[in-house]
Every structure is written in structure tokens, then in C-alpha cells.
Design a protein around this ligand. Structure first.
Ligand code: NAD
Length: 365
């Protein structure tokens, strides 16, 4: 992760986060540990939690063994355990937040904690900040996912291949000659649909925004209504940033034997509506709903993290470099930023893009 390695050296020399308390929610996996290296080099203390089902227990144990880092995260965490961990991170009384889904930000606002600034990693968190929490956050929040650079490199180019990899690892089934329904044709959905098609799948797209739906049609995808696509597909993948996209009603429309997966933030599939299931393999459970067998992959959490190793190392290097740069700028001068959600400053996007280009040129020279 050359961008983070360079930032770690800078942070060690300049200590931009000295004396700060950082509350952090991010998938706990090896690449996240490299970001933690950088932030610790900057001088802050960290309280960290992850996300249900995506924690790598070895990484959590390694991070917990470090001075200045407290970790609450286990692979076996369910949503209830995750909520308890979020409360623990807030009880650490952070003054900076690095959030994933805007739960820490919402909690810190409700409890009137002394947070001065935050970053938010995901589209789902950004959506919450722009809708439900609109106008209610008294400190600046830099939305990493609103960076055009991050959306292009991670969401479109990164997520597609790793979600397909997660599907293959979880099921050991063919992608070719299989009908996949991708719900949501945004930055991630576009990448997933393209990666599936490149491997020979038939791809049905369900998209509520007519402009994005038209883009899918122009990309050669079969755009269908939700109900038609659910009744046709062998595999359904949700990636909308919305919650409850597949609930009780939708489960009544799927084919017997359908495989159900999520690549967006958790809660796109109402897992409780599936009832109890039988564990077929580590990443597949079978549920019977209305007489139909439904196979849930990766507990309905992000498939590229539950069943594969997450997004590629270089891709996460870029996204996490945007995080470290943004936190440094926010810590240095929060008054330079307006209160509430906002995009990554363009000069940070430019610096990170230049850095990645240089590292790729070096690697291919
Ligand atoms: N798996 C990963 O590694 C990974 C990486 C980045 C982002 N994400 C997550 O993936 C999700 C999508 O991110 P994105 O960047 O593609 O967002 P986006 O906003 O670019 O795209 C989401 C699309 O879904 C559509 N949509 C929303 N609700 C819908 C519904 N009910 N039915 C049909 N279409 C609907 C929207 O119109 C939009 O076009 C988010 O939850 C984000 O946090 C996952």
C-alpha cells in the first residue's frame, strides 16, 4: 500500500493527530490495519469497531495488542452486538470520528459529544447524513464516497471483480450461463454487472432512477422491473445503499433454489424475513419460504468481504489515503470546513490520484 506507506512516514514526522481521540468504525481486515498504522503514526488514540460478519478475527487480535488501540469486533458479531460495540466506541469520548454507515456520527450528535469533525466511508452513511440527519450535524463530515476518484476506482473497478470472486468462493458455482439480477446500477452495481457479464452471465438490472436505468440499457444490460427480475434470476445481488430492498413481499416472488446476496451496506436484505435456515457451507444457509428454497450467501452482509478478501489492496490504498488526508485536513483546521456533509476537497483527490498514478507507473516501468 504505497500511498499509505508514504503517508505513515509524513505522519510520523509531523504528528498531525497528536493528542486526538479517534472513534473508528470500519471493516476490521488486514488493509484496515495499515490505515490504523498511519493514524497511530499521526499520534492519536483509537477506539475501533467493525461491521457484522466482516471482521477478520486475526486482524482484530493484532490491533487489540497494540498500545493506544482498543478494538471491539468479532467475526461472529450480529447487528445487536455491533450496536453494543458502537456505544462502546462513543463511550471512549472521541473528538474525531471515522465512520462507516453514520451510526457513530448519529450517536455522537444525539449524545452531544465533543466531536469536532468526522469522515464517512460509505454511500449508505452519506445518504443518511443527507436525508435523516440533514441539517443536524454541527461539525464537518467529509464524505469519502462522494469523491469522484473513490467512486470510479473502488466502487466501479474494485467492487465488481471482488463480488464475483466472493460469489465463486461462497458457492463454487458457474457465473457463465447463469441469470444474475443486480439491484441498483450506481457506481458499484455498474461494476458488478460488467464483471458478471465479462464472465458470461446474463445480467438483469433493476434500477429506480430512470437515467441510471437508461445507462444500464445502453451498456447492454437487460433492464427489468423488480418483480419480473425476481421471478427470472438464478442469483440476486442487492447493491443500492437503501434498506429493506428484499423483504417478505419480494421473497414471495423468487424462483425455487435462488441464491441471494448483498454487496451494499448491511440491511439491504431483511434476513429476519427468511426465518431459520440450515447451514449448507460456511457462507451459504438454506431457508424455506412459502415452499421455496432460498440460499442466502454470506449472511446477507457484503459478499466481497464475507466470502472473499474485500476490495483489492491497491484500491483500498487509494480509499484509505483519502481518509488519512481528509482527517489530517479536518484535524488541522475544522473551521476551514462548513458544518455537515461535504465532498473530499478536490486538492486531496488530485494529490491521491497523482500518487496512485506514480505508484502504478513505478510498478509497470
Ligand atoms: N461491497 C463493497 O466493497 C462496497 C464498496 C463501496 C460501496 N459499497 C456500498 O454499496 C452500496 C451502493 O453504493 P454505490 O456507490 O453504488 O451507490 P450509488 O448511489 O452510486 O448507487 C445506488 C443505486 O441504487 C439505486 N437504488 C436505490 N434504491 C433502489 C431500489 N430500492 N431499487 C432499485 N434501485 C435502487 C439508486 O438509484 C442508485 O442508482 C452502498 O451501500 C455502499 O455503501 C460497497
Amino acid at each position: 500500500m504505497p500511498l499509505l506507506a508514504a503517508l505513515a512516514a509524513e505522519f510520523r514526522a509531523t504528528r498531525p493527530l497528536a493528542g486526538r481521540r479517534l472513534g473508528m468504525c470500519l471493516h476490521v481486515e488486514p488493509k484496515t490495519a495499515v490505515l490504523v498504522d498511519v493514524l497511530q503514526a499521526g499520534g492519536c488514540e483509537i477506539a475501533l469497531t467493525g461491521s457484522p460478519a466482516t471482521t477478520d478475527d486475526g486482524t482484530a487480535a493484532e490491533l487489540a495488542s497494540r498500545d493506544g488501540v482498543t478494538v471491539w469486533a468479532k467475526k461472529s458479531d450480529d447487528v445487536a452486538a455491533h450496536r453494543t460495540h458502537l456505544a462502546r466506541v462513543l463511550s471512549f469520548e472521541p473528538d474525531l470520528l471515522l465512520d462507516n454507515g453514520a451510526e457513530l456520527i448519529a450517536g455522537s450528535v444525539a449524545q452531544r459529544l465533543g466531536v469536532t469533525a468526522a469522515t464517512e466511508e460509505t454511500t449508505s452513511g452519506a445518504n443518511r447524513l443527507k436525508a435523516e440527519l440533514r441539517g443536524g450535524v454541527p461539525f464537518p463530515v467529509v464524505l469519502i464516497d462522494d469523491s469522484p476518484l473513490k467512486r470510479l476506482i473502488e466502487n466501479t473497478y474494485g467492487v465488481g471483480p471482488t463480488v464475483v470472486e466472493g460469489f465463486m468462493r461462497a458457492t463454487n458455482l458457474l457465473v457463465a450461463a447463469t441469470a444474475f439480477c443486480v439491484i441498483g446500477y450506481g457506481a458499484c452495481g455498474r461494476g458488478i454487472a460488467r464483471a458478471l457479464r465479462a464472465d458470461g452471465a446474463t445480467v438483469l438490472v433493476v434500477e429506480r432512477d430512470p437515467v441510471k436505468a437508461l445507462e444500464a440499457a445502453f451498456d447492454g444490460m437487460a433492464v427489468r422491473s423488480l418483480d419480473v427480475a425476481l421471478g427470472t434470476a438464478n442469483v440476486i445481488v442487492t447493491v443500492t445503499g437503501s434498506t429493506g430492498v428484499i423483504g417478505r413481499r419480494e421473497l414471495g416472488l423468487v424462483r425455487d433454489g435462488v441464491l441471494l446476496a448483498n454487496a451494499g451496506h448491511f440491511s439491504e436484505i431483511e434476513v429476519a424475513a427468511l426465518g431459520d435456515g440450515v447451514r449448507l457451507t460456511a457462507d451459504v444457509t438454506e431457508h424455506v419460504v412459502g415452499g421455496r428454497r432460498i440460499r442466502l450467501l454470506g449472511r446477507g452482509e457484503m459478499l466481497n468481504l464475507t466470502a472473499a478478501a474485500g476490495n483489492q489492496i491497491q484500491v483500498m490504498d487509494l480509499g484509505f489515503a483519502l481518509q488519512a488526508h481528509s482527517l489530517r485536513a479536518l484535524a488541522a483546521d475544522p473551521g476551514r470546513f462548513a458544518a455537515g456533509p461535504q465532498p473530499v476537497p478536490p486538492e486531496i483527490d488530485d494529490a491521491v490520484a497523482r500518487g496512485m498514478l506514480a505508484s502504478l507507473s513505478a510498478a509497470t516501468a
